[in-house]
Design a protein around this ligand. Sequence first.
Ligand code: MIC
Ligand code: SF4
Length: 639
Amino acid sequence: MGLTIAQKIIKAHLVSGEMIPGNEISLRIDQTLTQDATGTMAYLEFEAIGIPRVRTELSVAYIDHNTLQSGFENADDHRYIQSVAKKYGLRFSRPGNGICHQVHLERFGKPGKTLIGSDSHTPTGGGIGMLAFGAGGLDVAVAMGGGAYYITMPKMFKVNLTGKLRPWVSAKDISLEILRILSVKGGVGAIIEWGGDGIKDLTVPQRATITNMGTELGATTSIFPSDEVTREFLKAQGREEDYTPLCSDEDAVYDRVIDIDLNTLEPLAACPHSPDNIKKISELKNIKVDQVCVGSCTNSSLADMLKVAAVLKGRTVDDSVSMSVSPGSRQVLTMLSECGALEDILASGARLLECACGPCIGMGFSPNSAGVSLRTFNRNFEGRSGTKDGQVYLVSPEVAAASAITGYITDPATLGDEPVITLPEKFKINDSAILLPADEKEAESLQILRGPNIKPFPETHPLKNDLCAELTLKVGDNITTDHIMPAGAKILPYRSNIPYLSKFCFAVCDESFAERAKAAGNSIIVGGSNYGQGSSREHAALVPLYLGVRAVVAKSFARIHVANLINAGILPFTFENADDYDKLTQGEKLRIDNVFEAMESGKATLLTESGEKISLVCSFSERQKDILKAGGLLPYTRG
Ligand code: MIC
Ligand code: SF4
C-alpha cells in the first residue's frame, strides 16, 4: 500500500510505536521553534531537564508576541531567552525580526523535516512540505534535549483542489471554505494533505496560509507536497540546496477525501466568534466596519502586503475606519519599502505596526466598544482582541483593504479589476537580526540572565488513587485556551509568573473562578466538546494545576491541550455518554475512586453528591500513565 506525504515523513522519523491510527507513536524531531509568550516557560523547563546543549539540527527562539515592553517583565524575559539561546546552542531571532512562523518559512523551513514549536500555528511549515506540529512548551523542551515527540498516529485526510482561484479570491478563502466544510472540530485526529491540480498555482506563502489555518480545524497538522513551486521559493530565499521533492504515492489511502473546486469559490468571512462561522462576503450587507487589521502569521507575506498596497494605492482609508498593517517579517517590510508599496499603504492613512503578532494576540489595537474589526488573522474567539464585545471577522487581505476604503464589509470585486502584483525572483536576505549561539567552549562560562518576574514552576503532586474534589466550573462546548488562560497586553507579560496569571484563569467565563478553585483546594472542571481548542499555551494547564485542578471531565478534548493536561499531571476523562454532562452541577462534590485501576481499564466512575454514578472513559499509553502517576512530564523526565 502506498504512503501519504505525512506517512513518509513519519516513517523516516519513527522512534517508537506502530503507524496505526489511534496508536501512540513517537518521532525524532529535526527542528524546534519557540516564541516568547511560551518560550520563557519552555526554557525554564529545558533548564530543569538539565541538558547542556540542544540536540536538534536547528532550534530557534523567536521574540514576536510580547513586544510591547510596557514594564520590565517582557524585557527581562527577552533577555533571559537571549542568554539561554546563546548558552544552549539556539539561534535567537530578535524582536522586530518578524513573526516566528513567517521567518521560519523564509529562512529555515526544509521539506521532509520534522518541526515542533511551542505555538499552535507551527503547521505553517507544512506549506513548504515540513511535518510541523504545535506543542506545549514541555514537549518542545524535551525535543530540544533530543527526546522524541509523542503523538497519536493520525488518520489521513486529503483535500483535492481543482481549477483556479478567480480574481479577488485568495488562499484565505480556501482556508475559510475548509472550515465551513469541516468545522473547528472536523480535523481532530487527522493530518490534512493538500493536493490536486489546483495547488500548482498556489505559491508557498499561499500554501502556508492554508496550513496555518488548518490549526483552526483541530487538525494534528496540514501539509503540501514539495514541488517546483517549493523549489522556486527556496531559490528566491537563496537556499535552493534545502529543496527535496516530496509527494504521496499514487496508491496512498486516505480516510477521507474532500474536493474543492477553486473556480466556484467566493470571498468569505468567519463571523464572530468562531473561525468556522462562515458566510459569503456577498451575504454580509451593510455591515459598518470600525477597524481593519492586516497581518498575523496567516496573511503577512510580501504578496499579501503588495496586494493590500495595490488596493490602497491612490485611495484613502474611510474616516470612520482605523487600519493597521503589520508585515510578517523584516524581510517583507524591507522589500515593501524598497519597491515603494509601503508609501502607498502609508499615504492611504493606514498605521504601520511592527513586524510582530500585535493585534492578533491583543497586544494593542483592540477594537472600540462593540466595534466591528475585520482581520486577516486566524482566530476570532470572544474577547481575544482585548475588547470583550468586539465583533471580529476573519477575512482575506483583499476584503480587508476594500472594506477599509468603503467603511463597510465590501466584496473587493466592486472595486474593479484585481491589481496584478509581481513578486521578485530573489528576496532580500539579511539575517543580521538572527543571532548565533556561542560555541560550546565559550558557552560553558556564560551566565543566564533572570529577572524577578520569573516565578517557580507550580508544585506537582504524584497521583493519588482516590480523588475527591469540588466541581468548581462547568463550561460548554468549544472552550478555547483563550477562555482558560486569556492573553492580551495586560496579562501576557506574566507568562513566567503562574501565581499572578492564575488571577485571570477563566475570567472570560467567570471572574470568580480563580478564588473559588483556590478555596476548594482540589477541583474538577467539566467541559463540553472540543475542550481546549486553539492555542498551544501550556499555561492553560499549568495555571489550573496551580489552582488545584486535578481532573477535567469533558465530552471531547483538543489535541494539544489534552497533551498539556497530561504533561501537567491533570487527569483528562471523557463522558462515556455525552448526555451525562447535563447531570452535573457546578459546586457539587465529586469522587473518582480507584484512579490507578481506571487508567488500566480505561473506565472510571464519577460519583456525584446525590449518589448518581456517571461512567467516564480514558485512554492512556503506558508512558502517559507513568507521566500522570509521577505528577507530570517534568517530574517524570527528571526521574
Ligand atoms: C495564539 O495565536 O493564540 C498564540 C498566542 O500564538 C498561542 C501561543 C501562546 O498562547 O503563547 C498559540 O497559538 O499557540
Ligand atoms: Fe502570533 Fe497570532 Fe500567529 Fe499566534 S496566531 S503566532 S498570536 S500572529
